[in-house]
Design a binder for this molecule. Structure first.
Ligand code: UDP
Ligand code: MG
Length: 317
């Protein structure tokens, strides 16, 4: 039996890019069907992540145009990770395999053939890995690669240069459903599920149209916890304050050294002041880090829904 594939595509304010890339996805799914790699009941599932523009209207129109296109809409914007999760959970009982991919055409859809082949060869998870980052700016490449290295040093198991372009079988998704956390970071969670996995390499391209929703600030947020949360912001401010105080202390140390060398020092007070500043800075940073974990626990105990689907283009009754 050929596996039925659902391509899960998160979309947030993508009215510029969707009309262009939708045909790419449609052609690809038809091509895979023709090749006999996937079943005829395969679908392209758009997840509208509370867009403020015409994205949902476009998805509704597409679903009327071709039965391959279907869509669900989230009640509000919840971020990329939650949108992907909503799509995967929607798909898990209705298909055999899913492939999650961004809607902006940056990830090479031609890697899908290889992904499905790997699945047919026994892999349950196939990670799409960016082999080159030529089209990214030096800054994006540097920050992104540092991000993976930082995660690794911190003990998070991630596949280097893999984002959220991946094939996951419904078997894995049914187990993944038991990972109930609210703070979700999908690329770090799937390796924890286990099962046989492999990687497929592709070149990352430039966004076809529209703008990235991941400026540096958002990338930092993702590196920090995956979701930003108002309730733990004050703790982050404490962390920042700590860093500032520590910095002042360090500048102070340099200043003390200079005054000692130039012979203008009043023995004792400056060095004491620097030590106090440094130590209290470190203490504040530490409180901030602990607070970050408490903030996470706070969000987890509340166990609020991770996504709420408000509309679907199918099963409307
Ligand atoms: N996205 C989303 N919700 C958000 C932000 C982004 O669903 O709050 C989607 C977006 O439509 C795109 C994907 O996530 O399909 C990746 O976003 P983007 O291309 O802006 O990020 P980048 O590729 O620059 O990291
Ligand atoms: Mg993108």
């Amino acid at each position: 039996m050929k596996p039925n594939l659902w391509i899960v595509i998160p979309c947030y304010n993508e009215e510029k890019v969707l009309p262009i890339t939708c045909d790419m996805f449609l052609n690809k799914i038809k091509e895979l069907e023709k090749k006999g790699l996937i079943g005829e009941a395969s679908k392209i599932l758009f997840v509208n992540d509370g867009s403020k523009d015409k994205t949902w209207e476009i998805i509704e129109d597409l679903s009327k145009k071709d039965t391959h296109f279907i869509g669900i809409s989230q009640s509000r914007n919840r971020g990329h990770q939650n949108a992907v999760l909503a799509g995967l959970m929607e798909a898990k009982d209705k298909c055999d395999i899913t492939i999650s991919i961004d809607c902006d055409g940056q990830d090479d859809i031609n890697a899908m053939d290889k992904m499905v082949e790997e699945y047919l060869n026994g892999a349950e998870i196939v990670y799409g890995v960016r082999s080159k980052r030529k089209t990214d700016t030096f800054f994006k490449r540097f920050t992104a690669e540092s991000f993976y290295k930082l995660l690794k040093t911190m003990g998070v198991q991630v596949v280097f240069n893999h984002a959220d372009y991946r094939l996951v079988s419904s078997r894995v998704l049914k187990e993944f459903e038991n990972f109930k956390e609210v703070n979700i970071f999908l690329r770090g969670m799937f390796p924890l599920v286990g099962f046989k996995s492999t990687s497929v390499y592709y070149e990352r391209k430039e966004r076809i149209a529209g703008e990235s929703h991941y400026p540096l600030s958002k990338m930092l947020g993702l590196a920090f916890d995956g979701i930003t949360s108002l309730s733990i912001k004050p703790i982050r401010i404490i962390t920042a304050m700590g860093l500032l105080v520590a910095l002042l202390g360090m500048i102070g140390i340099i200043w003390v050294i200079i005054t000692v060398i130039t012979g203008n020092s009043i023995i004792g007070w400056a060095s004491t002041l620097c030590i106090i500043l440094c130590v209290s800075g470190v203490q504040l940073v530490s409180i901030g880090v602990i607070g970050e974990y408490i903030g996470k626990i706070y969000m987890e105990v509340k166990a609020r829904p991770r996504y709420i689907i408000s509309e679907k283009t199918y099963n409307k009754d």
